[in-house]
Design a protein around this ligand. Structure first.
Ligand SMILES: Cc1cc2nc3c(=O)[nH]c(=O)nc-3n(C[C@H](O)[C@H](O)[C@H](O)COP(=O)(O)OP(=O)(O)OC[C@H]3O[C@@H](n4cnc5c(N)ncnc54)[C@H](O)[C@@H]3O)c2cc1C
Length: 400
């Protein structure tokens, strides 16, 4: 009955959509909306680039990227892993393993490891060739004003109007701040080391199509191949209550990276020794508690702007990509713009909140020590079996 009330026979077409932020969420939503016939202006404060670190793309989001025509680009630039292995930080003993290669048969879409810069470039190429999308770089949005028939944004030297405004402007979202007031993100007590290594520098045993996750006391380490197997992406997470800077990224000292993992298995030491000492990045990991609302009138948030997610489930960008597909579908199907935005929010909030919660919980599980860790290691193969299926089987292109 509800569906009959809110869906109409002539869906909304030719909206003028303003998107703040050209990260993974902003670029994907622009493409999904242009695919529905809307014209889109993206406003991005920087020149649009992203670090060479890696990212994991699970089938729930590769499904959307395939729909946008990125299949060849992902296959040429990414790697399709066969499995994810969890290993003990000291002994390297295999704790659990889950197949990733079979996900293509199970869900219809593969799992990828890819450089973030490659993913952004692939999305940008599509954005640039799409006549319905205009991308304005180096344009920071400072303010928006809503009125009965539209919304306008302004910033450094610009003022531009549209029908709807999407804030895809990341965890420090200005649009969120303007909608719901200032509240700083919370430092989670973890920071991440990120570095990539050309595989030609590494002993051959490191070159396998497998993601390895090493669990240790108050720390964990992840590595997997990217760039069609030419580089290994490494992430080392360290619990530490202090994050000395307001910035959320900083160049770290190579010797500090080594010190953080000094007692670990020799494979991890070898990896850190092979990272470029001048390109070891340190990221403070921040998040927020789930927001009560994601939209107000003609303005809505997506991606990290409304549900920043710790990287311990590798689902933050995946959620932004899912949001993009669902918001485009909701705007197409609903008669009233505000109802479309509320429908989007109601379809997405439960899932993203659950993912935020599990990601946070994973930090405690990954970082256990002593007896608790022993018990965890015994139970892991049983508990982890099929644990991710509800995430991977979701189809954002059809939920609305
Ligand atoms: C260590 C680490 C590893 C991760 N690994 C994974 C993974 O394997 N898989 C996964 O799915 N996710 C992963 N994530 C999470 C993922 O990176 C984020 O969830 C994702 O990048 C969020 O995308 P977004 O587009 O919402 O925001 P962002 O990527 O933050 O993009 C926001 C954009 O908005 C722009 N902007 C901000 N303010 C303004 C303004 N006022 N005006 C104009 N432009 C503005 C910014 O410049 C930026 O380009 C990881 C995160 C970390 C920290």
């Amino acid at each position: 009955m509800l569906l009959l009330v809110i869906f109409r026979h002539n869906p909304m077409r030719n909206l003028k959509v303003l998107i703040v932020g050209a990260g993974i969420g902003g670029l994907t939503s622009a493409l999904c909306l242009a695919g529905k016939g809307h014209s889109v202006t993206i406003l991005e404060q920087s020149d649009v680039d992203d670090s060479g670190a890696g990212i994991q793309l699970s089938p729930n989001c590769s499904r959307v990227l395939y729909h946008l025509g990125l299949e060849d680009g992902l296959s040429l630039n990414g790697c399709q892993p066969e499995a994810a292995e969890i290993r003990d930080w000291k002994s390297s003993e295999l704790i659990a393993s889950s197949p990733l290669g079979t996900l293509r048969q199970l869900t219809g879409f593969p799992y990828y490891h890819i450089g973030r810069d490659d993913l952004i470039r692939l999305l940008l190429e599509k954005v640039i060739e799409e006549p319905l999308i205009e991308l304005r770089r180096n344009t920071r949005v400072v303010k928006f004003v809503q009125y009965s028939t539209g919304v306008s944004v302004s910033g450094d030297d610009i003022e531009i109007s549209g029908d709807v405004l999407l804030g895809a402007d990341g965890i420090h979202s200005r649009i969120k701040q303007l909608l719901f007031g200032e509240r700083k993100p919370r430092f989670t007590g973890n920071y991440a080391w990120r570095a990539t290594i050309p595989v030609e520098k590494l002993p051959s045993e490191f070159i396998t199509p497998v993601a390895k996750l090493w669990w240790g006391p108050k720390k964990h380490f992840v590595h997997y191949p990217i760039k069609h197997g030419k580089y290994l992406n490494c992430v080392g997470i360290v619990e530490n209550k202090k994050w000395g800077t307001e910035e959320w990224t900083a160049i770290g000292e190579h010797k500090e990276f080594l010190r953080d993992f000094e007692n670990w298995h020799e494979d991890i030491i070898t990896l850190i020794e092979h990272t470029n000492p001048l390109a070891c990045y340190k990221w403070g990991l921040f998040d927020r508690y789930p927001l009560t609302s994601w939209s107000g009138g003609r303005v809505a948030l997506l991606g990290d702007a409304c549900h920043p997610t710790l990287p311990f489930l590798a689902q933050g960008a995946a959620m932004a990509i899912e949001d993009a597909a669902v918001i485009a579908d909701c705007l197409e199907r609903c008669e009233e713009l505000e109802i479309g935005l509320k429908l989007y929010e109601s379809l997405r909030k439960k899932r993203t909140t659950r993912i935020q919660f599990i990601s946070r919980q994973n930090a405690n599980i990954f970082h256990m020590s002593g007896l608790l860790a022993k018990l965890r290691n015994k139970l892991a193969p049983i508990i982890l079996r099929d644990r991710m299926h509800w995430i991977y089987n979701y189809d954002p292109l059809s939920v609305a």
